[in-house]
Design a protein around this ligand. Structure first.
Ligand code: AHR
Length: 633
C-alpha cells in the first residue's frame, strides 16, 4: 500500500521545473527548426559554392564567380556574380541541394527572395524540383536594372507536388552581369506564419510539452571548439544579411558524421529564441561563454584582465531582453519588432566548464551581474559530473559562492538512472538549487546509433520521480539533445527525430511531456512502508497536488516485466471525485522504439478510472509509466 499524504505539502514545484534544452546540433537550427530551405544562401561557407551546382550549356569560362567585397570585418563579404551573353533558359543554372534535400509540400506557397544588383534586365526562372528532377513549382522573377545599388526582390509561388528531397534551380535569361546574395526560399507554413520563420511541426511539438523554460543556444556551441568559434549573441541579431555565420562546432568535431557542411547562419538568433519563449510561455534561459573554450578541445582561455568584453556581453544581453526602448540594447530589440521587454530572469555563465579557471571567471561575472541586476538568477556550470572529484570540488566551490543554480549534466546508462533515483534526497536543502541541465539514458549501441528505446525512457521516468520528489532542491531539468535530423546527426539518442517533412517523438519525448503536463504545484509525500518508492520491486513513484485544478497527481513507474497490484491510500482529504483520469505509457518490450514508420508505437493512452474509496486499487502494467489525476473534494 502506497500512503499518500495529500494534505502535507512537502516542497513547492517551480513553474520552471520541466523545460527543454535547445542546441544547434544534429541540424537542429539550420536544416532544422529554421525553415530556410537554401543551404549556403550567402556563399559564406568554407567552400563558397557548397550546396550549389552550376550547370552550363555551352560552357563559358568565368561566367559564374564568387566575389569578395574586401572590406575589413564585413559580416557577409561574398556574393555571386553571373555574367550572361544572350543567355536563354536552358543555358545556365544554379541548383541548390538544400539541407539533405528540401522538403516540399504540394499546394503550399513558397517565398523566394534574393538581393541583387545589375545594370541589365535579367530574368530568373525559379524552379522547385523533385528527386527525379521534374519541376514541381516555378516562377519567373524580373531582375530589373538597379545600377550599383543592391535591391531585394521577392516572389511567391505554389508548389504542385510533394517532394521529400527536392531542390531549387534558378535559370538565368538575358545579357549583362548580375550580382546575387542572400538567395532564400521559405515555406509559407512556418510557425505562426512568420515570414522567414521556424518549422511549425517541430515547434508545435515543443509547444505541446508546455515547457517551463527553453535553454539556448547550447551546449558546446556556446564554448566553441576554440574562442573564435564561440557563440556571440550580438552577431545573431539585426538584419539577417548582417549576421556573420560561423562553422558549426559540431562540424569541426565530427566532420565525418553526416555534416561536413554544417554552419550556423544565425538566421535564427537570440531575438528569435526570446520570441519563441514568449510564444510558448517558457522562461528564457540563455547561456553565455564565460571566457573559456571547450575544455575537451582547445581549452583556450581569455586572460582575466581581458574578460571585460565577455562580461559586457552578459550585461548588454540583460538590457537587450529587459531594457526599455530608451536603452541602447532595448532599442535594438524594439527595432526588431518587440518593444515590450522579454522579462528575462535567468542567465547561464559557461557550459561544462570546470577547474579553478572557471571559478575565477565566474566570480567576476557574478559580481558584475548581481551589482547591476540583483534579481537575475545565475546558472553556473558544474562540468560533466555527476561523479568524481572534479564534480565534487566544483559543487563545493559553487555552493560557497552561493550561486543561484548549479547545472549538472549526466549522460549515463539506464542502470545509473534507476539507481540514482535517490540522488537528491540528501542534498543540502538551502543555498544553491540544482538545474539538471542535460541528461539522457544511453543504452547499448544498436546499428551504430544509441537509440531512444523504451528502456532508456522508462529509466529516465524513474529518475524523474526522484527529481520531482526533491523539487525543493531541483528547480529545473531538461533532457538533451532535443532534435535530430535523420540524415545529418552527430549525437544520439535525441528526444525528437525529423526528416525534411516529418517529425516524431521518441518514447523519451512522451515521458518528458507527461511530466511537464502533470507538473503540479506542491510535492506531497508518497511512501511504502515509511520509505519513498525508489526501486522496491522495480517500482518508482511520486505525487503532487495541482492547486490550479485541485487535483492529486500520482506518477508510477513499473520497470519490471510483470503486472504489479498496488493500493493507493490517500490520506488527509475529505473525499475524492468518483472518476479520475489515467494516462499510461507502455512499451511492448524494453527495446521497442518509435520511428517514422511507427511514430506512436510508444505513446500515451488515456482512459478514466473509477474511484470508489480513498483506497484505490491500481495495477501497474509491465514496463509502464502511469499518471493518475484525481480531483479532490
Ligand atoms: O547535448 C550534447 C552535448 O553534450 C552538449 O553540447 C554539451 O553540453 C554536452 O557535452
Amino acid at each position: 500500500t502506497f500512503i499518500i499524504k495529500a494534505n502535507q505539502p512537502a516542497a513547492t514545484i517551480q513553474p520552471t521545473m520541466w523545460g527543454v534544452f535547445f542546441e544547434d546540433i544534429n541540424l537542429g537550427a539550420d536544416g532544422g527548426i529554421y525553415a530556410e530551405l537554401i543551404k549556403n544562401r550567402s556563399f559564406e561557407f568554407f567552400k563558397p559554392l557548397m550546396g550549389w551546382r552550376v550547370d552550363q550549356k555551352p560552357f563559358v569560362e568565368g561566367a559564374v564567380t564568387v566575389q569578395n567585397r574586401q572590406g575589413a570585418n564585413l559580416p557577409n563579404p561574398r556574393f555571386l556574380r553571373v555574367q550572361l551573353n544572350n543567355a536563354a533558359k536552358g543555358n545556365l543554372s544554379m541548383t541548390n541541394e538544400g539541407f539533405r534535400g528540401m522538403g516540399i509540400k504540394k499546394d503550399l506557397r513558397y517565398d523566394f527572395s534574393v538581393m541583387y544588383r545589375t545594370a541589365g534586365n535579367i530574368k530568373l526562372h525559379v524552379e522547385l524540383l523533385n528527386a527525379k528532377n521534374q519541376v514541381i513549382g516555378n516562377s519567373v522573377v524580373d531582375a530589373t536594372a538597379t545600377g550599383d545599388a543592391w535591391k531585394k526582390l521577392a516572389k511567391s509561388f505554389q508548389s504542385t507536388d510533394t517532394a521529400q528531397k527536392g531542390q531549387c534551380r534558378i535559370w538565368f535569361e538575358g545579357t549583362g552581369t548580375i550580382d546575387l546574395d542572400m538567395i532564400s526560399l521559405f515555406p509559407e507554413d512556418t510557425w505562426k506564419k512568420r515570414p522567414g520563420g521556424m518549422r511549425a511541426d517541430m515547434i508545435q511539438m515543443l509547444a505541446d510539452m508546455k515547457p517551463g523554460f527553453i535553454r539556448f543556444p547550447g551546449g558546446c556551441i556556446v564554448e566553441g571548439f576554440d574562442l573564435s568559434n564561440r557563440y556571440q549573441w550580438k552577431k545573431t541579431i539585426g538584419p539577417i544579411e548582417e549576421r556573420q555565420l560561423i562553422m558549426n562546432r559540431w562540424n569541426i568535431e565530427f566532420p565525418h558524421r553526416s555534416a561536413p557542411d554544417y554552419f550556423q547562419t544565425f538566421g535564427l538568433g537570440f531575438f528569435e529564441y526570446f520570441q519563441l519563449c514568449d510564444d510558448i510561455g517558457a522562461e528564457a534561459l540563455p547561456i553565455l561563454n564565460c571566457g573559456m573554450a571547450c575544455q575537451f578541445n582547445s581549452a583556450e582561455l581569455v586572460p582575466l584582465d581581458q574578460l571585460d568584453p565577455y562580461i559586457q556581453d552578459a550585461l548588454d544581453l540583460i538590457e537587450f531582453a529587459n531594457g526599455d526602448v530608451t536603452t541602447t540594447w532595448g532599442k535594438k530589440r524594439a527595432e526588431m519588432g518587440h518593444a515590450a521587454p522579454f522579462n528575462l530572469k535567468f542567465l547561464g555563465v559557461g557550459n561544462e566548464n570546470w577547474g579553478p579557471q572557471y571559478i575565477e571567471r565566474l566570480k567576476i561575472f557574478q559580481k558584475a551581474i548581481k551589482e547591476k541586476y540583483p534579481n537575475i538568477k545565475i546558472v553556473a556550470s558544474s562540468g560533466t559530473g555527476p561523479d568524481g572529484d572534479r564534480f565534487e570540488l566544483l559543487n563545493t566551490e559553487l555552493r560557497k559562492m552561493n550561486t543561484d543554480l548549479i547545472d549538472e549534466h549526466y549522460y549515463r546508462s539506464p542502470e545509473w538512472f534507476f539507481s540514482s533515483v535517490r540522488r537528491y534526497d540528501n542534498y543540502p536543502r538551502t543555498g544553491s538549487k540544482v538545474f539538471a541541465g542535460e541528461y539522457a539514458s544511453h543504452v547499448d549501441k544498436t546499428n551504430g546509433a544509441q537509440r531512444n528505446t523504451w528502456l532508456a525512457a522508462i529509466s529516465e521516468a524513474a529518475f524523474m520521480t526522484g527529481l520531482e520528489r526533491n523539487a525543493d532542491v531541483v528547480s529545473m531539468a531538461s533532457y538533451a539533445p532535443l532534435f535530430s535530423h535523420i540524415d545529418g546527426w552527430q549525437w544520439a539518442p535525441d528526444m525528437i527525430w525529423v526528416d525534411n517533412l516529418r517529425s516524431y517523438g521518441s518514447p523519451t519525448y512522451y515521458v518528458q511531456k507527461l511530466f511537464s503536463l502533470n507538473k503540479g504545484s506542491k510535492v506531497v509525500p508518497l511512501t511504502l512502508n515509511n520509505d519513498v518508492v525508489a526501486g522496491q520491486d522495480s517500482l518508482y513513484a511520486s505525487s503532487v497536488i495541482d492547486a490550479a485544478t485541485n487535483e492529486l497527481v500520482i506518477k508510477i513507474v513499473n520497470a519490471s516485466n510483470k503486472e504489479q497490484a498496488t493500493v493507493l491510500s490517500v490520506e488527509g482529504v475529505k473525499k475524492l471525485v468518483a472518476q479520475g483520469k489515467l494516462t499510461v505509457l507502455q512499451g511492448s518490450s524494453l527495446t521497442v522504439v518509435n520511428s517514422f514508420d511507427q511514430p506512436t508505437q510508444v505513446s500515451p493512452k488515456e482512459s478514466t478510472i473509477a474511484i470508489k474509496t480513498k483506497k484505490i486499487d491500481y495495477t501497474a502494467a509491465p514496463y509502464s509509466f502511469s499518471v493518475l489525476r484525481i480531483k479532490l473534494q
